[in-house]
Write a protein that binds this ligand. Structure first.
Ligand code: HAM
Length: 429
């Protein structure tokens, strides 16, 4: 094969073009606003980590670790992985920077950024995708689960997600999961012939993972499998009841789904996912839950935690009505004749220095064409310098939405736009 000359993006990876970026930034702005109301502060985490960070936290039996991680050995022989998710990194940073001091301290962090999973690409499923995540460390109480779900609920509401549905479950803890796993292994052993090859291999070690298998025959079989809700210990049962009671009081609707186990191993007790309408099979826009043992299992003290992550691409797809965004519209479009080049250049510079955004052509075309471009740009004003104006050293400022215009000496143009332009529309002619 000849050398590739015209490259395209890697499969499953996409460019986010300027119009979409405007929407993304607006979503992020609203996320930041909501997170601040709940006391969350932003942390910027590395895009790659030592592979062990994810293998240990996400779990060796998961699809993410078994099949989907972008892992490579760097020049120093160290195994590095592009992060498939943010929780493991956040826990690593939480421990590394001793954020658990003083004991009993609540730490609330959020992060934004790209994640990488080598999944089979399809609509809504990418190999590089963006997440907005929040993690709350230091609270074992059901009120923390309810708060984190309430935060997610308010955030999704603030951007107008179409019919979000919150699915809720509790995975219990080690105490109640033991007897349940025994019952489940027994069921799976009896139905071994109905399992896919992968599940046949892993079910004895990690039977809960079979609930997460997407292979049709496993999905069918698991519809009749025993569920954990019959096995909760009194503490887990009380915790889950309280979470549900609080969600009711907060006005957060939910649906119980006793078969939801999530695709990562670190969870215990409360887990949840949010689905939205109109996304096809990849309809999960957010997921999260409690992970009380992860900090300890990652070498830190025993600090309980809970959190969630939202998938940006799916989230944006699920927005019902268009978000009001700033599409980079200029305040002013300069329409000028060739001879007025110097004045156009000087006035553009003066306005920009004064904080007014200006667009103009570097090689002016006919006025009709320039006005067409001014309209298309969405500019509020045209600053017109024709032959008459140039002779008088004036410019016409035209409000493109009303058609009103005034003629102003060059020296007063900046003054007119002093407050960023648009604050004082010119009087009607
Ligand atoms: P997750 O369910 O694996 O959880 O991912 C969260 C969200 O990221 C999903 O609901 C989905 O919207 C999006 N997502 C995941 N994979 C893809 C993909 N291949 N393409 C597009 N979007 C995707 C986590 O990552 C946990 N760290 C969440 C968490 C935080 N749990 C506790 N704290």
């Amino acid at each position: 094969m000849g050398e590739e000359r015209k490259f395209t993006a890697v499969k499953g990876v996409k460019d986010i073009l300027p119009d979409a970026v405007a929407v993304w930034r607006e979503v992020e702005r609203r996320a930041r606003e909501q997170f601040a109301l709940f006391g969350f502060r932003e942390i910027v985490l590395p895009i790659f980590e030592k592979s062990g960070v994810f293998i240990k936290a996400v779990g060796e039996g998961t699809d993410i670790v078994q099949k989907e991680m972008y892992t490579f050995e760097d020049q120093g022989g160290e195994s590095i992985t592009l992060r498939p998710e943010g929780t493991a990194s956040c826990v690593r940073a939480y421990i590394e920077h001793s954020m658990f001091h003083p004991p009993g301290n609540l730490t609330k962090l959020f992060y934004l950024g790209p994640m990488f999973r080598r999944e089979r690409p399809q609509a809504g499923r990418y190999r590089q995708f963006f997440q907005i995540g929040a993690e709350l460390f230091g609270a074992a109480e059901p009120a923390a689960d309810a708060d984190i779900i309430h935060l997610l609920h308010l955030f999704l509401g603030s951007i107008g997600v179409k019919s979000p549905k919150l699915l809720l479950n509790s995975l219990g803890d080690d105490k109640c999961r033991g007897p349940f796993k025994e019952a489940l292994v027994e069921f799976l052993a009896k139905n071994r012939g109905h399992l896919c090859e992968n599940c046949r291999e892993r079910y004895e070690k990690n039977p809960l993972r079979v609930f997460d298998c997407k292979v049709e025959k496993c999905v069918e079989l698991m519809k009749t499998a025993p569920t954990l809700d019959k096995h909760y210990c009194p503490e887990c049962s009380a915790h889950f009841s309280k979470v549900r009671e609080l969600l009711g009081r907060l006005g957060v609707p939910y649906e119980l789904n006793p078969r939801m186990v999530r695709g990562l191993d670190y969870y215990n007790r409360t887990v949840f996912e949010v689905t939205a309408e109109g996304l096809g099979s990849q309809n999960s826009i957010a997921g999260g839950g409690r992970y009380d043992d992860l900090v300890k299992n990652s070498g830190g003290p025993a600090v309980p935690a809970t959190g969630f992550a939202v998938g940006m691409e799916r989230l944006v797809e699920s927005i019902g009505a268009p978000l009001a965004t700033d599409h980079g519209r200029p305040d002013v479009f300069v329409v000028y004749m060739n001879e007025a080049e110097e004045a156009a250049c000087g006035l553009s510079a003066e306005l920009r220095v004064g904080g007014v955004s200006v667009e103009r052509l570097y090689k002016p075309t006919g006025f009709k064409n320039q006005f067409g471009k001014a309209d298309k740009s969405g500019a509020r004003y045209a600053l017109i310098i024709g032959g008459d104006e140039l002779a008088k050293k004036t410019a016409v400022i035209k409000d493109l939405s009303t058609g009103a215009q005034v003629e102003t000496p060059f020296g007063s143009v900046a003054e007119f736009f002093k407050n960023g332009g648009g604050a004082r529309p010119p009087a009607k002619p």
